[in-house]
Design a protein around this ligand. Structure first.
Ligand SMILES: Cc1cc2nc3c(=O)[nH]c(=O)nc-3n(C[C@H](O)[C@H](O)[C@H](O)COP(=O)(O)OP(=O)(O)OC[C@H]3O[C@@H](n4cnc5c(N)ncnc54)[C@H](O)[C@@H]3O)c2cc1C
Length: 458
């Protein structure tokens, strides 16, 4: 294979959000060589609705498509519905499961990941569900009927989302996790507590303990959790994903819970790139970025794809992810587990907003519910790396949109601007060590997707 700058054909292995975005960005950047997307699932679709609107039954298959099917013809992107089983970077050959061989100049690995199975006896019993694909969601929806007892193991993002949808469909939900609150590493312990408290309020039974075995008794699943028995008609394993690294390992590329890439998404081979959930960025000091604590690799906007051959390297993008539960939308930008302290913005009648402030007073992270404008402003502040006063972050009368460009913050009178950003100011701090925010994310997100990251003017 030849390096990307002279590649006349690019083959993208995996047609999820990352793979489709690569194809779009190639065309948007004027690339006129052949572009193929290889994926056994066929037309690329969006996964976030699988635990939410699609699982509820309110979204058609067509609505899940990331772009209309006509787009592929219009932009000359070939979809190949097959699984790649071997990659040979030396010859540029990709072997498909049906025996076909394809030759390509450059390859982008965008193979996502597969759900982890429960590592306990009975964890692989038939009917223990996982959720990654549309077919998984169809199977799960079939069992989520009024009165169904479902035990969800893992109260991270997907577990919580399914719990919320399931209780909305009338199921009796038990949500099991070893830690209380879950997600503290991803959103900070303060927001994690706010999130976890929503479940009992919605009628979900929350159980903290370690699952040790699953057995079948008279047609029901029996889950042993620290000696206690939970009876269920259905079980969902929601304990994270394993990055899809098989092709990379077979090709001799470096992997470590993800295909290791540099900030331009390059692997150790100049013709092979990796993006999305299967990729893991190597930090400047040489080690891999920490594995995502959410099981969900944050999206980034404005990715370095296609790689630039000259000029200064792109500014690092701010990681971002979102989730929904019980009618609220969580957004988290930056790193809520970075070294520093947490600043709380209390708001009358609304959940608080949490900011992570670094030792040098730069904003490192923000976690908020139902506050898209505030999160967009926080994202820009994180990107700007300007020092920010904790008092301004904590003061709900301060409009964050004034902060990055103008050191003297804009004060708004009640009744204008973002809703419920008013109320008593309160600064709380919590010190902890942390890890740098670098992650390999999806390389941009312009397709029709519920995953669009915050951007543009708030
Ligand atoms: C149920 C669910 C809900 C989610 N909700 C949210 C949310 O609310 N917010 C959020 O920020 N993120 C959410 N996510 C995460 C988000 O969907 C993923 O981060 C995103 O899908 C990653 O895109 P990707 O293209 O890297 O991987 P994927 O979407 O997993 O795509 C990988 C593709 O590669 C294909 N593939 C694998 N191996 C091969 C092979 N050998 N040959 C060819 N093709 C192959 C697979 O078939 C798959 O289609 C959710 C994920 C799930 C599963």
């Amino acid at each position: 294979m030849s390096a990307h700058t002279v590649a006349r054909s690019v083959t993208v292995l995996g047609g999820g959000l990352a793979g489709l975005t690569v194809a779009r960005e190639l065309r948007a950047g004027g690339y006129d060589g052949a572009v193929r997307i290889v994926d056994p699932e066929g037309v690329p679709y969006d996964r976030p609705p699988l635990s939410k609107a699609y699982l509820e039954g309110g979204v058609t298959v067509e609505k899940l498509h990331l772009v209309p099917e006509a787009w592929y013809t219009e932009y000359g992107v070939e979809l190949i519905a097959a699984q790649a089983v071997r990659l040979d970077p030396g010859t540029g050959s990709v072997r498909l499961a049906d025996g076909r061989d394809m030759v390509t100049d450059a390859v982008v690995l965008a193979t996502g990941g597969t759900p982890r199975r429960l590592p306990v006896p009975g964890g692989d019993l038939p009917g223990v569900h996982t959720l990654r694909t549309r077919a998984d969601a169809d199977r799960l929806r079939d069992v989520l009927r009024p009165g169904t007892r479902i035990a969800i193991v893992g109260a991270g993002l997907i577990g919580a989302e399914v719990a919320s949808t399931a209780v909305g469909r009338g199921a009796e939900v038990t949500l099991i996790d070893t830690v209380d609150p879950p997600l503290a590493a991803a959103v900070g312990p303060e927001m994690a507590r706010v999130l976890h408290a929503m479940h009992p309020a919605a009628g979900i039974r929350v159980l903290t303990g370690a699952l040790t075995a699953i057995t079948l008794r008279q047609g029901a699943y029996v889950l042993r959790v620290d000696g206690e028995e939970v009876l269920a008609d259905a079980v969902l394993s929601a304990v994270g994903i394993r990055a899809g690294t098989e092709l990379a390992r077979g090709a001799g590329l470096a992997t470590d819970n993800g295909v290791l890439v540099d900030p331009q998404q390059r692997t150790g081979n100049p013709s092979v790139y990796a993006a999305g959930d299967c990729a893991r960025r190597v930090l400047p000091h040489g080690g891999p970025a920490p594995a995502p604590s959410t099981g969900r690799r944050p999206c980034t906007k404005g990715s370095p794809w296609p790689p630039r051959s000259s000029g200064s390297p792109p500014r690092p993008q701010v990681p971002w992810f979102w989730s929904e539960r019980h009618g609220s939308r969580l957004e988290c930008v930056g790193a809520m587990n970075a070294e520093g302290r947490t600043v709380v913005r209390e708001r009358d009648g609304q959940p608080p907003v949490f900011f992570r402030l670094g030792p040098d007073s730069t904003l490192l992270g923000c976690a908020a519910l139902d506050s898209p404008r505030l999160v967009r402003a926080a994202r820009r502040m994180i990107q700007s790396q300007r020092p920010t006063a904790a008092e301004a972050l904590a003061d709900p009368a301060v409009d964050l949109r004034g902060l990055p460009a103008d050191p003297s913050p804009v004060h708004r009178s009640p009744g204008t601007g973002e809703r419920a950003d008013y109320g008593p100011a309160h600064v709380r701090t919590a010190r902890s060590g942390g890890s740098p925010p670098a992650r390999a994310g999806s390389p941009g997100s312009e397709p029709r997707t519920t995953s669009a990251p915050p951007g543009g003017d708030p």
